[in-house]
Ligand binder design. Structure first.
Ligand SMILES: C[C@H](O)[C@@H](O)[C@@H](O)C(=O)CO
Ligand SMILES: [Mn+2]
Length: 591
């Protein structure tokens, strides 16, 4: 099992002995235990383990107890804290002062003791000291003997904990660039200051010759390769598509294609080893290679130097991003095509918040209803009636994105790995055709995954952009995958890149300018790529972005659903402006 950060729970109390404190000890600790239970039974880490909480050894009434708690949390690997109280406490003495921990405070809404008064006081302290904290205060008064967590409080605790755990999980990890800048794509001009100062991450980089070296010198697990090759023969190669895209003179021979399959399977094993290491390599005597680069996310340049000569990375990228491979069902990796690190970060955000595989796509084409009518003679209907956005990238999209996994009611979903069934896996593989790569684009050949995402999935498209003079900004568009008339799809797909995977996307429209129509969403999108996560996770992304001090420049989440640190209120009543002003004032966490 991997090592994940824990969430520290801090039961704070009025320090007055001789009656007050004693009367509150049990209740305060019970509230802390209830919060720990809520988190550990509702939230999981990427490997399926419950998010673990650590409670202070005792209630915290005076500064010595704060300090003892802080020391315990550091020893225990805490990455964020939630302070819980039902009474008045001494804010500056009991508050969490760790500059790196995301923080929240739950002030019990009971009137026998001034828990809410402490909440307001300590949040003022957090604001005054430049340590913004989330404030959680239940809507309805609870009785003193009621140690339950009301639904509105639980929702905020879990929203904070999910985002805080994601932020803490990134800290200290690497983004690994395999290769460098791809075709001048801005997102693949990796900005190490952003990763270091905003995410607490390190940038690692390997030249792509390292993949060739390991192939040539046999620095990979041969037994696993044999297993992977057999699996690929059985589940992928059987779905090799007709080589219709390449002109006859550009088609590879059968022998060459067979060699490409072997090559791309080795690529995948080596790319994974580069990201996270492999103890098997140590047994083989490759101690250094066994270490890996501690990468929680990576990017593969691919285009163009590599793909001008070697088979492309679509197979390894697609399957690394998928929740299964020849070793069975497992946590998806995060691998950005074209080494678009900005999109890789957006994928990482979505993955850490949902524990699900993430789609990587070009935001390729906006199709108006009129244009569709003109080129196909047919009307877009239903959710697609106002126009659709074609999400498609050369073959490197998680197979989970096919929507072939289904819930109990048969609805298409993208699941956490622990909910995937073998039938889901089989159906995702069956729905995926592996077309010989388009050799006008990919001279070295290879294979591109192709599928059509099932409609009806709630999804959130995200993008992290870097703006000189401003810094990072996040874009969020909640919406749905849609199914369109097969004849319309056929015509639109054939004039796009029919050997690549397609997801038809419709954003949820609202009265905000960027969401006034489908065209505006694409027209306001900040780059060529989007990361697409299953579910409407805009609220979680907004909470997480505020912890990271990354302003959100575009989103279609209702204002009243926004949950940010209490101090953001001091920056004005307009949520968007306040977010920008707060992020600019606080600056990145790890600076
Ligand atoms: C056509 C280019 O080679 C593709 O890589 C292009 O569709 C992109 O994905 C650019 O992001
Ligand atoms: Mn692209």
């Amino acid at each position: 099992m991997k090592k994940y950060p824990k969430i520290g729970i801090r039961p704070t109390i009025d320090g007055r002995q001789g009656g007050v404190r004693e009367s509150l000890e049990e209740k305060t600790m019970n509230l802390a235990k209830a919060v720990a239970e809520l988190i550990s039974t509702n939230l999981k880490n990427g490997d399926g383990s419950p998010v673990e909480c650590v409670i202070a050894d005792g209630t915290i009434g005076r500064v010595a107890e704060s300090a003892a708690c802080a020391e315990k949390f550091e020893r225990e690997g805490v990455g964020s804290t939630i302070t819980v109280t039902s009474c008045w406490c001494y804010g500056a003495e009991t508050m969490d002062m760790n500059p790196y921990y995301p923080k929240a405070v739950w002030g019990f809404n009971g009137t026998e003791r001034p828990g809410a008064v402490y909440l307001a006081a300590v949040l003022a302290g957090h604001a005054q000291k430049g340590l913004p904290a989330f404030g959680i205060y239940g809507h309805d008064v609870q009785d003193l003997d009621d140690n339950s967590i009301p639904a509105d409080v639980a929702e905020k605790i879990l929203r904070f904990a999910r985002a805080a755990q994601a932020v803490a999980t990134m800290r200290g990890k690497s983004y690994l660039s395999m290769g460098s800048v791809s075709m001048g794509i801005a997102g693949s001009i990796v900005n190490p200051d952003f990763f270091q100062e905003y995410l607490g991450m390190r940038n690692e980089s390997v030249d792509l010759t390292e993949i060739i070296r390991r192939m040539t010198e046999g620095i990979y697990d041969k037994e696993e390769y044999a297993k992977a090759m057999a699996w690929t023969e059985k589940y992928c190669k059987v779905n090799e598509g007709e080589d219709f895209k390449n002109r006859p003179e550009k088609r590879k021979t059968r022998e060459q294609k067979d060699a490409d399959w072997e090559f791309i399977v080795k690529m995948m094993i080596i790319m994974r080893d580069l990201m996270q290491g492999n103890p098997k390599l140590r047994e083989m005597g490759f101690k250094e290679e066994a270490l890996g680069h501690n990468a929680i996310a990576a990017g593969f340049q691919g285009q163009r130097q590599w793909t001008d000569f070697y088979p492309n990375g679509d197979y390894p990228e697609a399957l690394l991003n998928t929740s299964f491979d020849w070793n069975g069902i497992r946590e998806a990796y995060v691998v950005a095509t074209e080494n678009d690190a900005c999109n890789g970060v957006a994928m990482l955000f979505g993955h850490l918040l949902t524990n699900r595989a993430q789609i990587f796509s070009d935001v390729r084409t906006y199709w108006s209803p009129e244009a569709v009518k003109r080129v196909t003679g047919k009307e877009l209907t239903g959710l697609a009636a106002n126009g659709i956005i074609h999400l498609i990238n050369s073959g490197a999209t998680t197979l989970d994105g096919s929507g072939q996994s289904v819930d109990e009611a048969g609805n298409p979903v993208m699941k956490e790995p622990w909910n995937l069934t073998q039938a889901d896996v089989d159906n995702c593989l069956k729905a995926t055709t592996w077309y010989p790569a388009d050799r006008d684009y990919f001279r070295g050949g290879g294979f591109s995954s192709n599928f059509l995402s099932k409609g009806g999935m709630p999804v959130t498209m995200m993008r992290l952009n870097l703006v000189k003079g401003l810094g990072p900004v996040l874009q969020i568009a909640e919406g749905w995958t849609v199914t369109i008339d097969p004849e319309i799809h056929e015509k639109l797909n054939m004039r796009t890149d029919p050997t690549w995977p397609t997801t038809w996307f419709v954003p949820r429209l609202c009265d905000k300018p960027a969401f006034k129509d489908v065209y505006s969403v694409m027209n306001n999108w900040g780059a060529n790529h989007g990361a697409i996560s299953y579910g409407h996770i805009g609220q979680d992304l907004i909470t997480m972005a505020s912890i990271l001090r990354i302003p959100v420049c575009m989103h279609n989440v209702d204002d009243e659903k926004i949950f940010r640190p209490a101090a953001w209120n001091a920056f004005g009543m307009d949520k968007e402006g306040a977010d920008y002003r707060a992020c600019a004032t606080y600056g990145p966490i790890y600076k």
